[in-house]
Design a protein around this ligand. Structure first.
Ligand code: GLN
Length: 515
C-alpha cells in the first residue's frame, strides 16, 4: 500500500518530461562544453571573440523562449513546439558537426555554417524550453499544486543529470588528443554529433510517449493546440488578458529603439547584446505602465524587477563556466583528478553532478526550516546565493593571482568553485522562478517570465563581456617559448619537435594535456 502511494505520488507524465528534458540538456550542455574550445582551436578565433559569441548565443537562447511561449499559446500548442524545438536543435548540432568537419581549408564557410548552427539552436531552444517547463506545472490539478515544488526539484535533477552526461560524453568524444599528444582539432565534431543524437532520442521519446502519459489529471491530452477556453485558471473578477493600448505599444517600441541606440552607440555593445538588453528594458517598461494594474500588483511587479536585476549578476558570474573558467581549465590548471587527466571541457560536469547530489538535501533543508517556522524568505535566499557565488569567484581570483602566469591551478579549486556555485544556484534559480509565479498577476505571468528570462539573457550577455576581458589564458605559447620551443611552428608543422621537447611540453601541460 505504502509502496503504491510512493509510486503514484507523481503523474507518470512527469517522468516523460523528465526524460525528454534530460536528453535535451545533454545536447545543450554537451555542446556548450565544447563550443568555446572549438571556436578557438578549430575556427582559430581569439578567446575574447569566443567569449563574446558564447555570451551572445546563450543570451539569445533565453530571448527566444518568449517567441516559443507566444507561438505555443496562440498557434501550435506546447507539444508541437517541443517537437519542433527538439528537431531544430538536432539540426543545429548537425550544422556544428558539418562546420567541425570542413573547417580545414574552408574557414570562412565553416564559420558561416557554425553561425547558422548556433542560430538554429537558439530558435530550437526558444520553442522547447518554456513549453516543457510549463507542461510540468499543468500536470497537476489545482488541489495538488503543493506538489509543484517537489515536481520541479525532480525536473531540475533531470536537467542536471542530462547536463552531467552531456558534459562527460561530448568531451570524451570531442576533446581528445591526436597521436602526437596535441589536441585533435578535428574531433570536436564527434561531440556535436553525439549532442544531435541525444536530442533526437529525446524528441522520439516524447513523440511516442506523450499521448499515453502526458495528460491532464482527468486524462485528457495536455499541451495540444491552444483552445479558446482560457478562463479556468483565473480568479473571479480578474482581468483575463493583458490588453496593451496602442499608445503603450508605440511607447515601448520607441523606448526599445532609444535604449538600443544608447546601449549600442554609447556603451559600445554589439547588436546582439543590444537587442537582449533593450528588449528586457522595453518589455519591463511596457508591463509596468499598463493602466489596468492595481497598486498592489504594481508593487509586486517592482519586486520581480528588483530580483531580476540582481539575478543578472548571478548568471554573468555563473556562466563563466563555458568561457573564462574553461580557458583557465585548459591553459592554467593541473586537471589530474585521482589519476585521470580530465579534458578541459569536462571540468564543468561538477556543476550538474553537485545539483544532482544536493537538490534533494536542499529541499529537505527548506522543508525542515519551514516546519520550525525558520525558513528564510525568498529575497534572503537570493541574497545568500549572490554572496556565495561572490565568495567562490573571490577565492578563484585569489588562487589565479597567486599562481601567476606560469603556475598551474590545482583542479580541486575549480571543483570547490563549482560546489559553491551549485549551492548558490540552488538558493537562487528555483526560488527565483517560483517567486515570479507567486507575484505575477495571472494576465501578465507569461510576459513577466519573459522579463525574468531576459534578465537571465542579460546576465549571459554580461558574462560574455566579462569573459572577454579575461587576459588571454592561452599563454601556452609564452610558456613554450620559455622552454625554448616555438609552439606556433610546431602546430603549423613547420618544425617537428624532438622526443625530449615533446616530453617537456607534456610535462608542462602545453601539449594537449594528455601526456
Ligand atoms: N541550469 C538550468 C537549466 O538549464 C537553469 C538555467 C537558467 O535558468 N538560466 O536549464
Amino acid at each position: 500500500m505504502e509502496e503504491t502511494q510512493v509510486k503514484t505520488a507523481h503523474p507518470k507524465g512527469l517522468w516523460v518530461l523528465f526524460g525528454t528534458e534530460m536528453w535535451e540538456r545533454f545536447n545543450f550542455y554537451g555542446m556548450r562544453a565544447l563550443l568555446t574550445l572549438f571556436l578557438v582551436n578549430s575556427l582559430l578565433m581569439k578567446e575574447e571573440e569566443a567569449s563574446l559569441i558564447y555570451g551572445g548565443f546563450l543570451g539569445l537562447c533565453y530571448l527566444t523562449p518568449m517567441l516559443g511561449g507566444f507561438v505555443a499559446d496562440r498557434f501550435l500548442g506546447n507539444r508541437n513546439c517541443i517537437l519542433l524545438g527538439g528537431l531544430l536543435m538536432a539540426i543545429g548540432q548537425l550544422l556544428l558537426f558539418t562546420s567541425g568537419s570542413i573547417f580545414e581549408g574552408n574557414q570562412d564557410l565553416a564559420r558561416i555554417i557554425m553561425y547558422c548552427g548556433l542560430g538554429v539552436i537558439v530558435f530550437g531552444n526558444g520553442f522547447f524550453k518554456p513549453n516543457i517547463s510549463s507542461m510540468v506545472g499543468s500536470l497537476y490539478p489545482k488541489q495538488e499544486k503543493t506538489k509543484l515544488d517537489s515536481a520541479f526539484t525532480i525536473f531540475y535533477m533531470g536537467i542536471n543529470i542530462g547536463a552531467f552526461l552531456g558534459q562527460s560524453i561530448c568531451p570524451l568524444l570531442g576533446d581528445v588528443k591526436d597521436a602526437t599528444g596535441f589536441r585533435d582539432v578535428h574531433a570536436f565534431k564527434w561531440g556535436f554529433l553525439a549532442a544531435s543524437i541525444a536530442m533526437l532520442l529525446g524528441t522520439i521519446l516524447f513523440y511516442f510517449l506523450k499521448n499515453k502519459y502526458v495528460v491532464t489529471p482527468e486524462g485528457r491530452p495536455l499541451g495540444g493546440l491552444p483552445s479558446k477556453n482560457v478562463a479556468e485558471d483565473f480568479e473571479e473578477g480578474e482581468a483575463q488578458k493583458a490588453n496593451f493600448s496602442q499608445k503603450a505599444l508605440i511607447g515601448a517600441g520607441i523606448a526599445f529603439l532609444g535604449l538600443g541606440a544608447i546601449i549600442h552607440f554609447v556603451f559600445g555593445q554589439n547588436l546582439i547584446y543590444t537587442l537582449i538588453y533593450a528588449s528586457g528594458l522595453a518589455l519591463a517598461g511596457l508591463i509596468i505602465s499598463d493602466s489596468s494594474l492595481t497598486k498592489v500588483e504594481r508593487d509586486r511587479i517592482i519586486v520581480i524587477y528588483i530580483v531580476s536585476f540582481f539575478i543578472i549578476f548571478f548568471w554573468a558570474a555563473f556562466e563563466q563556466a563555458g568561457s573564462s573558467l574553461t580557458f583557465i581549465a585548459d591553459n592554467q590548471t593541473d586537471r589530474n583528478f585521482f589519476g585521470f587527466l580530465m579534458p578541459a571541457s569536462m571540468v564543468q560536469i561538477f556543476n550538474g553532478m553537485f545539483v544532482v547530489i544536493l537538490a534533494v538535501p536542499f529541499s529537505i533543508l527548506w522543508d525542515t526550516l519551514r516546519a520550525k517556522g525558520k525558513e528564510p524568505i525568498s529575497p534572503v535566499k537570493l541574497a545568500v546565493g549572490l554572496v556565495v557565488i561572490s565568495i567562490s569567484f573571490f577565492m578563484i581570483a585569489t588562487q589565479v593571482s597567486y599562481i601567476g602566469t606560469s603556475g598551474l591551478l590545482l583542479v580541486k579549486w575549480l571543483i570547490l568553485l563549482y560546489f559553491l556555485n551549485t549551492c548558490a544556484e540552488l538558493c537562487l534559480s528555483p526560488i527565483g522562478l517560483s517567486l515570479v509565479g507567486k507575484l505575477s498577476p495571472k494576465r501578465f505571468a507569461s510576459l513577466l517570465y519573459g522579463v525574468f528570462f531576459l534578465s537571465n539573457a542579460s546576465g549571459y550577455a554580461l558574462g560574455g563581456t566579462l569573459g572577454s576581458i579575461l587576459p588571454a589564458t592561452g599563454d601556452k605559447f609564452v610558456k613554450a617559448k620559455e622552454l625554448g620551443i616555438d609552439l606556433q611552428a610546431v602546430l603549423d608543422k613547420t618544425i617537428t619537435p624532438s622526443a625530449a621537447q615533446l616530453e617537456l611540453l607534456a610535462k608542462n601541460q602545453i601539449t594537449d594535456h594528455y601526456p
